[in-house]
Design a protein around this ligand. Structure first.
Ligand code: NAD
Length: 678
C-alpha cells in the first residue's frame, strides 16, 4: 500500500504532504508516514527546515474515529508529535481548511504555524465526551495561556485563523493561494534560530498567577456543562498545565483521557455522533435521487410555529411568502419575527444589516394566490383535521404542480391530510419544534405515498437550514410526541398516587433534562387548548385554569413564580391534586424517586421498541436523535434507546413488570437476545 504521506524538496526545505481524503484523518498510515518524514529530514544534512501541509480540502481534521475502540497500532499520535517537536530544524505547519482535534495537536507540536485566512483551528474532542489525547491540553495553554486555552478545550468550537493569530496560536496569516510558497519562505526565515517548542512555553503562568480564573470560567459555563464529565476533566487538564511539569501534565492528561474514554458518557456521545449522520439517510431512497429545487417557500399561519418556521428559511437566504387569515394576525406574526431577529442582533449574533436582509426576503400576504409559484409550502395552522384538509385542498388548487406540500402537524394523520389533494406523493410532514427558529430537530413524516424525490429534497433542505432531521412513519404523535405521551401518562398517574409533582420534575432535572413535565406545562401555558369554562372541571389542568393558574405567564401555574421566575411548589395546587385523587378514590402513598424515574422513562423505551417493531422509525438511533434534539434528553446518555441498552434491556423489562406496565414483544425479545435494539 502506498503511504498517504509523500515528501518534496524545495531547496533546503523538506515539504511533507498528506494526501488522505476526504479530511486527512490521522490514521495509522498517516502517523507512520509523518514520523518517517521527520526522520528523513533529520538524517539529511541538506534539509534545514520542514513544512507540513495537506492536499485536498483541509489540513488534518482529526483522529481516525474508526480506530476508536480497536487495538492501537503504532506509532501513536503523541510519540509522532514528540518526534516532530524534538527536531532542531524548524518545523512549520501550513494550515488550510480545518485543523481539528489531532490535526490541531499536530500544529501545536510544530514549531510554527502559518494559516490561510479562511482556515479554522479547534479541539472538538469535548463533543465526543473526551479531551485531547495527544498533549493538546498541555501544549496549548503553554503556548497561548490558560485563559485563551479554556474556551477552545472546553467549548470545542473551532476559531478562525485571525482569532488564532490574535491569541498566538497562529504565527502568521499567509496568502489564500500561496500557502505552500509562503510557508516555505517562512520556514527559511527561521533557519538557524533556536526552535520554539510549545511544550516549553510559559504562557500558562496566567493560571498560576490567577488560579480563580478556572472557577470563573466553570461558573460562566455552568448551564452548558451541567451533567457532563468531560468539561471538568478538560478544565482540570488545562489547570494541570500550570501546576505540573510538562511530562507530569501529559501523564495527567492521559489519565483523564483514559477515564473518559472508558466511561459511559463518551460511548454515548460517540454513539450520537454516528446516529446523527445515520438519521439523515433513508434506506430505500437512493443517494442519487434527483432533488427538487427549493427557491421559494410558502408558510401558512403566522402563529407560534409559522413565524419560527419562516425564520429558518429567511436566515438561510430563501424567500418566504407567509399567509394569514386576517391583517392583524399577519402584522402580529411578522412583528414577532422582526423582534426575534432584533433581539439576536442585540446579543451581537447578527448585524442590523442582516436583520433587514432576512426581513427583506419576507412577503406577508392574505391571498393564497401568492403561493402559486412556491416550491415548498409548509402549513402551520390550527391542529384540526378539517381545517388542515381545507387548507390542503386550497393549496392543491393554487400551488404549481411539482411543488411540495408539507404539514407541521404534531399528531394528525399525514396520509389523511394528503387525501385532500390530487398529489399525495408530494405531501410530507415537516414537524418543527418550538421555538422553531431555534430547536434543532425536524421530524420528517413520511406518508405512505410520499415520493423519493420529495423525501430526498426535504432531508437536504433540513441540513441547509441547520436542522437535524429524522424520519418517522405516520402514527399518532410520530416518534417524539408518541413517546412523550407515555411519559406524561405516568407523570399524571404518579401525582394522583401521591408523588409530589415537584419530585417528578426534579427527577427529570437530575437525570439531565432541562425541565420536567409540570415546569414545561407552566412554561408553555396551562390554558393552551382550555375550553375557558371554569365550571367544567374534569382534569387537574382544568382545575388549575379554573383557579386562574395559567402558568408562568401570570406568575402561577403548578408552581408559584417570583419576579426572577424562580418556582416554589404551591399549597393551593397540592390541595387541588389531593382533592382530585380523593374524588377518584386514589390511595395516596410515598413514592420514591427511583420509582418515579423508572415509571417515567421505561415506558418511553417500551414505546420506542414498538415504534421500531412497526417500522415507524428506521433505526433505534433515529429515536435517540429525535429525543436529544427535540426534547432535551441528555446527550451524555446517548438518547432513550442507547441509554436503555447501557442500563440493560432486561433491567427495563423487569422494571416495567414490577410496576405492572406493558412490555412489548420487541423489547422482550431484544432483552432476551443480544440486549440491543437491531
Ligand atoms: P397558533 O395558533 O399559534 O398559530 C396558528 C395560526 O394559523 C394562527 O395565527 C391562525 O390565525 C392561522 N391560521 C389558521 N387557519 C388559517 C388558514 N386557513 N389560513 C391562514 N392562516 C390560518 O398555533 P401553533 O402553535 O403555531 O401551531 C400550528 C401547528 O403547528 C399545529 O398543527 C400544531 O400542532 C403544530 N405544532 C405546534 C407546536 C407548538 O409547540 N406550538 C410544535 C410543533 C407543531
Amino acid at each position: 500500500m502506498t503511504s498517504p504521506i509523500r515528501t518534496e524538496r524545495h531547496d533546503n526545505v523538506l515539504v511533507v504532504i498528506s494526501d488522505n481524503p476526504p479530511v486527512n484523518a490521522l490514521g495509522q498510515a498517516v502517523r507512520a508516514g509523518l514520523k518517517d518524514a521527520i526522520e528523513e529530514a533529520l538524517s539529511d544534512d541538506a534539509v534545514e527546515a520542514v513544512v507540513i501541509r495537506c492536499d485536498g480540502q483541509t489540513f488534518f481534521a482529526g483522529a481516525d474515529i474508526t480506530e476508536f475502540g480497536k487495538p492501537p497500532v503504532g506509532p501513536n499520535l503523541p510519540e509522532t508529535l514528540d518526534a516532530m517537536e524534538a527536531s532542531d530544524k524548524p518545523v512549520v505547519a501550513a494550515i488550510h481548511g480545518t485543523a481539528l482535534g489531532g490535526g490541531c495537536e499536530v500544529a501545536l507540536a510544530c514549531h510554527y504555524r502559518v494559516a490561510v485566512p479562511s482556515a479554522k483551528l479547534g479541539l472538538p474532542e469535548i463533543k465526543l465526551g473526551l479531551i485531547p489525547g495527544a498533549a493538546g491540553t498541555q501544549r496549548l495553554p503553554r503556548l497561548v495561556g490558560a485563559e485563551a486555552a479554556l474556551p477552545l478545550v472546553v467549548g470545542g468550537n473551532p476559531i478562525p485563523a485571525k482569532k488564532a493569530e490574535a491569541i498566538g496560536l497562529v504565527d502568521a496569516l499567509v496568502g489564500a493561494d500561496s500557502l505552500e510558497a509562503d510557508a516555505i519562505a517562512f520556514a527559511k526565515s527561521k533557519i538557524g534560530q533556536p526552535v520554539p517548542r510549545s511544550s516549553e512555553g510559559k504562557a500558562n503562568e496566567d493560571g498560576v498567577r490567577d488560579p480563580d480564573l478556572f472557577d470563573r470560567f466553570r461558573a460562566s459555563q455552568a448551564r452548558k456543562i451541567r451533567g457532563f464529565d468531560a468539561p471538568n476533566a478538560a478544565i482540570a487538564a488545562v489547570k494541570a498545565a500550570g501546576e505540573l511539569s510538562y511530562e507530569d501534565g501529559v501523564k495527567k492528561e492521559r489519565e483523564l483521557f483514559m477515564e473518559l474514554m472508558s466511561g459511559t458518557q463518551s460511548a454515548a456521545m460517540r454513539h450520537y455522533f454516528f446516529a446523527e449522520r445515520a438519521a439523515n439517510k433513508i434506506d430505500d431512497v437512493p443517494k442519487d435521487t434527483p432533488l427538487i429545487p427549493i427557491k421559494k417557500v410558502g408558510v401558512i399561519g403566522a402563529g407560534t410555529m409559522g413565524g419560527g418556521i419562516a425564520m429558518n428559511f429567511l436566515s438561510a437566504g430563501i424567500p418566504v411568502t407567509i399567509i394569514e387569515m386576517a391583517q392583524d394576525a399577519l402584522d402580529r406574526g411578522t412583528g414577532v419575527m422582526r423582534k426575534n431577529y432584533e433581539n439576536t442582533a442585540k446579543k451581537g449574533r447578527m448585524t442590523g444589516e442582516q436583520v433587514e436582509q432576512a426581513m427583506g426576503l419576507l412577503t406577508p400576504t392574505l391571498s393564497y394566490d401568492d403561493l402559486a409559484d412556491c416550491d415548498l409550502v409548509i402549513e402551520a395552522v390550527f391542529e384540526n383535521m378539517d381545517v388542515k384538509k381545507e387548507v390542503f385542498a386550497k393549496l392543491d388548487s393554487v400551488v404549481k404542480q411539482g411543488a411540495i406540500l408539507a404539514s407541521n402537524t404534531s399528531y394528525l394523520d399525514v396520509d389523511e391530510i394528503a387525501t385532500a389533494t390530487k398529489r399525495p406523493g408530494y405531501v410530507v410532514g415537516l414537524h418543527f419544534f418550538s421555538p422553531a427558529n431555534i430547536m434543532k430537530l425536524l421530524e420528517v413524516v413520511r406518508g405512505k405515498e410520499t415520493r423519493h424525490d420529495v423525501l430526498a429534497t426535504v432531508m437536504k433542505l433540513a441540513k441547509k437550514i441547520g436542522k437535524v432531521a429524522a424520519v418517522s412513519g405516520v402514527c399518532p404523535g410520530f416518534i417524539g410526541n408518541r413517546m412523550l405521551s407515555k411519559r406524561q401518562e405516568q407523570a399524571n398517574a404518579l401525582i394522583m398516587e401521591g408523588a409530589n409533582y415537584w419530585d417528578v420534575d426534579d427527577v427529570l432535572l437530575d437525570f439531565g433534562f432541562p425541565m420536567g413535565p409540570f415546569q414545561m406545562g407552566d412554561l408553555a401555558g396551562i390554558d393552551i387548548g382550555w375550553h375557558r369554562d371554569p365550571s367544567k372541571v374534569t382534569t387537574i389542568r382544568e382545575a388549575l385554569c379554573a383557579a386562574g393558574r395559567f402558568g408562568q405567564k401570570n406568575g402561577k401555574g403548578f408552581y408559584d413564580y417570583d419576579e426572577a421566575r424562580n418556582r416554589t411548589p404551591s399549597d393551593e395546587v397540592k390541595q387541588i391534586i389531593a382533592d382530585f385523587a380523593a374524588r377518584e378514590g386514589k390511595e395516596q402513598r410515598d413514592i420514591s424517586k427511583d420509582e418515579i424515574r423508572e415509571r417515567l422513562l421505561y415506558p418511553m423505551v417500551n414505546e420506542g421498541a414498538k415504534i421500531l417493531e412497526e417500522g415507524m422509525a428506521q433505526r433505534a438511533s433515529d429515536i435517540d436523535v429525535v429525543w436529544i434534539n427535540g426534547y432535551g434528553w441528555p446527550l451524555y446518555t446517548g438518547g432513550p434507546m442507547f441509554w436503555a441498552q447501557t442500563i440493560g434491556l432486561d433491567t427495563v423489562v423487569a422494571g416495567l413488570e414490577r410496576y405492572d406496565l406493558p412490555v412489548s414483544a420487541h423489547l422482550r425479545s431484544a432483552a432476551g437476545g443480544s440486549g440491543k435494539f437491531a
